[in-house]
Design a protein around this ligand. Structure first.
Ligand SMILES: C[S@@+](CC[C@H](N)C(=O)[O-])C[C@H]1O[C@@H](n2cnc3c(N)ncnc32)[C@H](O)[C@@H]1O
Length: 397
């Protein structure tokens, strides 16, 4: 153990440089920010092999986002040195069979300790280059049939965006499934499944990548789409994926554990959410589409009147209110609810996802949350929201 600054920092930086030259580095972190509160939480560093050569990949972890940058070894050593002087008190470097831990004290003393370890698995540098795909294009029957891939199994150039969206969607649902801790065998209802792009991709991922046993039903108004999707599900040998012709509000369904409604029109989203709440679904996911119901009622008589003066802003305000009330109603029924953008706005403006995960079963909605909704409606002079009407709350709120 050595303990006199800057020798310990020098030793640490020399080891960092040597371990990269000898391709021994596994990973490194800089932590314990010097300034409190700090804009960074920590910095995570790993080696990557890029076209330009061996580089160190820095992930700067901020509280609400990560920023990633790649540097040469020489630049990296300089940066780590600077960050140890100005930004962090701790650095931990993991090599193939040892780890080096540097700790700088508030009076600028540095302590370096080295621990031997059993051989660690080395990172796959080439693998780091590739973005993880949740849906594979090769030999994919449904992607080919839906026109995303050509006969050689490659994603068509004009379908790259769609393929990215499908992957992003599956990635998001993957994290929701894990957070909700759904059982191995569970039922999913996809309301307004349309041509089935996302339905097929999600079923495929859950069944063949996660090895779960989902039973999935797509509900769709248009019989010709239902027929096509059922034929395709048979071709793809997706035994427990079925499509049924019907309307979201009345289709016969066994209580789904997960209810999904992506871009179902206007109040069809409310009908879907209501069915999820009434069935006690563990997870409810919806991406609202057009918003007409609240817009017609938006007549604030107070200072907020100016917000509705300009058409496009009035439309956005109506969307915000509609989706806020949906999210609050989910909360009132015991769902931990998140609202976020799930694909970039350059692909579609309809990119808000409302996700509710049931954390407690609640027969009666929470009165405090209902009061919040009542106040919000009063502010904008809104008579009723379709979701509260379906759930019979409109007289309560
Ligand atoms: C914009 S598409 C979205 C399809 C798919 N969910 C997706 O995101 O790719 C909306 C679909 O919902 C269907 N739909 C709309 N209202 C419905 C309702 N009340 N019941 C069943 N299906 C409905 C439409 O026929 C259409 O196929």
């Amino acid at each position: 153990m050595s303990s006199s600054p800057p020798q310990a920092i020098h030793d640490f930086l020399n080891t960092l440089e040597k371990s990269t030259t000898e391709r021994e580095m596994v990973k490194m972190t800089l932590s314990d920010p010097r300034k409190k509160p700090s804009e960074w939480k920590n910095v995570y560093i790993k080696p990557v092999q890029l076209k330009s050569g061996y580089r160190l990949n820095f992930v700067y972890r901020y509280s609400a986002k990560d920023i990633t940058k790649n540097y040469s070894v020489e630049e990296s050593v300089k940066l780590v040195n600077q960050m140890l002087q100005h930004d962090f008190y701790k650095a931990d470097l993991f090599l193939s069979s040892a780890s080096h831990h540097l700790s700088v004290t508030k009076n600028e003393k540095a302590i370096l300790s080295v621990k031997k370890s059993l051989p660690r698995e080395m990172p796959n540098l080439l693998h780091n280059k590739e973005k993880k795909r949740f849906v594979m294009a090769d030999n994919n029957v449904y992607l080919h049939s839906l026109g995303i891939t050509s006969t050689d199994g490659k994603v068509k150039s004009d379908k790259q965006d769609k393929f990215r969206q499908i992957n992003k969607y599956v990635e998001i649902v993957d994290s929701i499934v894990k957070e909700a801790q759904l059982p191995n065998h569970f039922r999913i209802a996809d309301m307004g499944s349309g041509k089935g792009y996302l339905t097929f991709a999600l079923y495929d991922y859950l069944k063949n990548a996660l090895h779960l046993s989902p039973e999935m039903t797509g509900v769709e108004l248009r019989p010709e789409l239902v027929e096509k999707c059922n034929t395709l599900a048979t071709e793809a040998a997706f035994e427990h994926l079925h499509f049924t012709t019907g309307s979201i509000d009345t289709a016969e369904l066994s209580s789904p554990d997960m209810l999904i409604a992506l871009h179902a029109c206007d109040i069809a989203t409310d009908q879907a959410i209501a069915r999820g709440i009434q069935a006690n679904s563990k997870v409810i996911i919806c991406a609202p589409c057009c918003h007409k119901q609240i817009r017609k009622q938006l007549h604030p008589s107070n200072d907020l009147k100016s917000i509705t003066r300009f058409g496009i802003l009035e439309e956005r305000q109506a969307e915000i209110l509609t989706d806020t009330i949906r999210a609050l109603i989910l909360e009132a029924y015991g769902y931990k609810t998140k609202v976020f953008e799930f694909i970039s706005t350059e692909h579609t403006p309809k990119n808000v996802l409302i996700v509710g995960i049931q954390t407690m079963k609640q027969e009666k909605p929470n009165a405090v949350v209902l009061e919040r909704i009542r106040q919000l409606k009063a502010l904008f002079n809104i008579g009723y929201h379709e979701l509260e009407r379906i759930l019979g709350l409109h007289n309560e709120i």
